[in-house]
Design a protein around this ligand. Structure first.
Ligand SMILES: [Zn+2]
Length: 94
């Protein structure tokens, strides 16, 4: 898997297509990544005290890494990279 934690990625398919975000976590054994603000699932949080309202909190869920492309900081867009994480467009290391 070429995508690692703290990489900037562009989502290329699914509901979040076109979104950009930072990789918060990677799960190489599952081929999945967790991206900030992407694939959000609503989670209901119960009130802690009586009289308080319950809340809906959105938390990201992991996505398949093939749904994301690395963003090259030189090209400033999602690019294809070779195995050693070199941008195929400009040759910069990502
Ligand atoms: Zn590039």
């Amino acid at each position: 898997m070429k995508i690692r934690k703290n990489d900037q990625v562009l989502i290329i398919s699914g509901d979040d297509k076109g979104k950009k975000g930072k990789v918060l976590k990677s799960f190489p054994s599952q081929g999945k990544i967790l991206v900030e603000g992407v694939n959000l699932a609503s989670k209901h949080v119960r009130p802690k005290k009586s009289g308080q309202k319950g809340q809906i909190v959105k938390t990201p869920k992991p996505i398949t890494s093939s749904k994301a492309k690395l963003i090259c900081s030189k090209c400033n867009k999602g690019v294809r990279v070779s195995n050693n994480r070199v941008c195929k467009k400009c040759g910069a290391e990502i």
